[in-house]
Design a protein around this ligand. Structure first.
Ligand code: EZ4
Ligand code: CO
Length: 402
C-alpha cells in the first residue's frame, strides 16, 4: 500500500501571498492543495504544519473521505475559516494524487463533464461612471459573457471593488487601509450607474454587482427592488452573511437574484439559505469550504432547492484553487457561474496550470489530477509579505462591514 510520506507547507508571495500544501506518497506521487486565507495566511500554515501534517504521515492517500471525516470530527472544534481551509488543502491534494494514480483528470473521477466549458464573470470597475463604462467595454471586447460592475461612490472616495492597477487586489498594505463609507450615498448612486451600463451596452450579457456585506436587510431589499429593471444576474452579499435569517426579508421584497457564501465555510453555514430557498447562488469555494469533498456536498444540497453554484474566484485563491474549482464546475448539474480574475505573471511562473480561458469560458487540459505544478525554486524568490484587508468606517468614524 502506498502511504503519505511527506506533507510540506509553502508560504510565498509571487505577486501576492499564497499558502500551498504539497503531499508526497511513498510511490513518489505528489498532490497540491491551496490553503490561502487572505490576511490570515500564517494561521492556516500553522494549523497544517503543527496540527494536521503529523496526523497524515503513514496514512493511505486513497482514503479521501475517511481522512476528511478524521480531520473534521477528530478536531472536536468544528468549522471556521482556518480549520476548513486547512482541511480543504489536504482534500484537494488527495484528489490530485488520486487522479495522478488513476491517470485521469479529477473531473473524470467526479463523474465526467456535464458541460463543454465553465462560464466566468470578470471584474469591471472605475473611479467614476465614464471609467467604469470604458472598463465594461474592454471586457466586452475580450469576449466575457458576464461582467461585475463596481464604481467609487461620488463624494465618498474609494469603495469596495475599485481596481487600482491591472488586477483588483484589496490586501494592499502592511496595516489595514481604512476606507470611508456612506450607505445613503451608495444607495442613491448604485441603481443609477448600473442603469447606465445597461443603457450603453444593452442586455446581451450578464451583469453582476457585489454589495460586499454593507447593507441591512431592508436597505438591501430597497436596492434589489430599485435595480429589477437592470436584470442583474445577481446581487452579491447584500447583508453580512453570517445571519441567515436576514435573507428572508430581502427575499420577500425583490425578484433580483441573490448570491452569498464567499466567507462561509461549511454546509451548516448555508443550510437554511439553501433549504428555505433564500438565495439563488451559493458562493462557497473549494479552498475555504473544506475542499472538493465538502463543496460537492454543499452543491448537491443546493441542487435539490434550485440553488446554483457561483464559486468565489478572486486572486487571493491560488491557481490550484481555480483548477480544483473548474474540475467541480465542469461536473455538477447545478453550475451557475465561476468568478474569475487573472493572476499576475509572477503568480503564473510559480503555478503552472492547465486551465485555459476562451470567450469568457474556462476549460481544462486532460492532464491527470488537478493539472497544476508548483515551482518551488521560483517560489523561493518571493518571500512572504504580510498584508491586511482594508477596514471600512462610516463618515462619523465608526467601523462598518468591509
Ligand atoms: O473581497 O476575495 O467577490 N469577490 C470578493 C473578493 C473579496 C476578497 C477578499 O479576500 O468579494 O474580492
Ligand atoms: Co464578493
Amino acid at each position: 500500500m502506498s502511504t503519505i510520506e511527506r506533507a510540506e507547507v509553502f508560504v510565498a508571495s509571487p505577486g501576492r501571498n499564497f499558502v500551498t500544501l504539497r503531499i508526497t506518497t511513498s510511490d513518489g506521487v505528489t498532490g497540491l492543495g491551496d490553503a490561502t486565507l487572505n490576511g490570515r495566511e500564517l494561521a492556516v500554515a500553522s494549523y497544517l504544519k503543527d496540527h494536521l501534517v503529523p496526523l497524515l504521515i503513514g496514512r493511505d492517500p486513497a482514503r479521501i473521505e475517511d481522512i476528511w471525516q478524521y480531520l473534521y470530527r477528530g478536531a472536536y472544534w468544528r468549522r471556521g475559516p482556518v480549520t476548513m481551509t486547512a482541511i480543504a488543502a489536504v482534500d484537494m491534494a488527495l484528489w490530485d494524487i488520486k487522479g495522478k494514480v488513476a491517470n485521469l483528470p479529477v473531473y473524470q473521477l467526479l463523474g465526467g463533464r456535464s458541460r463543454d466549458g465553465v462560464m466566468v464573470y470578470s471584474h469591471a470597475s472605475g473611479t467614476d461612471v465614464p471609467s467604469l463604462l470604458d472598463d465594461v467595454a474592454r471586457f466586452r471586447d475580450l469576449g466575457y459573457q458576464a461582467i461585475r460592475a463596481q464604481t467609487a461612490v461620488p463624494g465618498i472616495g474609494g469603495s469596495y471593488g475599485v481596481r487600482k492597477g491591472v488586477v483588483y487586489e484589496p490586501a494592499s498594505t502592511s496595516l489595514p487601509d481604512e476606507q470611508p463609507w456612506s450607505t445613503e450615498a451608495y444607495l442613491d448612486f448604485a441603481p443609477t450607474y448600473l442603469t447606465q451600463v445597461r443603457e450603453k451596452f444593452g442586455f446581451g450579457f450578464h451583469l453582476l454587482h457585489d454589495v460586499h456585506h454593507r447593507l441591512t436587510p431592508i436597505e438591501a431589499a430597497r436596492l434589489g427592488k430599485a435595480v429589477e429593471d437592470v436584470r442583474l444576474f445577481w446581487m452579491e452579499d447584500p447583508t453580512p452573511a453570517e445571519n441567515q435569517d436576514a435573507f428572508r426579508l430581502i427575499r420577500q421584497h425583490t425578484t433580483t437574484p441573490i448570491a452569498t457564501g464567499e466567507i462561509l465555510n461549511s454546509i451548516w453555514d448555508v443550510k437554511d439559505l439553501i433549504t428555505e430557498q433564500l438565495i439563488d447562488y451559493v458562493r462557497t469555494t473549494v479552498t475555504h469550504a473544506g475542499g472538493i469533498t465538502h463543496l460537492r456536498r454543499i452543491f448537491d444540497l443546493a441542487a435539490l432547492y434550485h440553488v446554483r453554484t457561483g464559486s468565489h474566484g478572486a486572486t487571493d485563491l491560488s491557481p490550484v484553487s481555480l483548477a480544483a474549482a473548474v474540475h467541480v464546475d465542469l461536473t455538477v448539474p447545478n453550475f451557475g457561474i465561476q468568478e474569475y480574475m487573472p493572476h499576475v505573471a509572477e503568480t503564473m511562473e510559480v503555478f503552472r496550470t492547465g486551465v485555459t480561458l476562451e470567450k469568457g469560458m474556462l476549460n481544462l487540459s486532460d492532464a491527470p489530477g488537478l493539472g497544476v505544478e508548483y515551482d518551488e525554486k521560483a517560489a523561493e524568490r518571493h518571500p512572504y509579505d504580510p498584508r491586511y484587508l482594508p477596514v471600512a468606517r462610516r463618515l462619523d468614524g465608526s467601523v462598518h462591514d468591509w
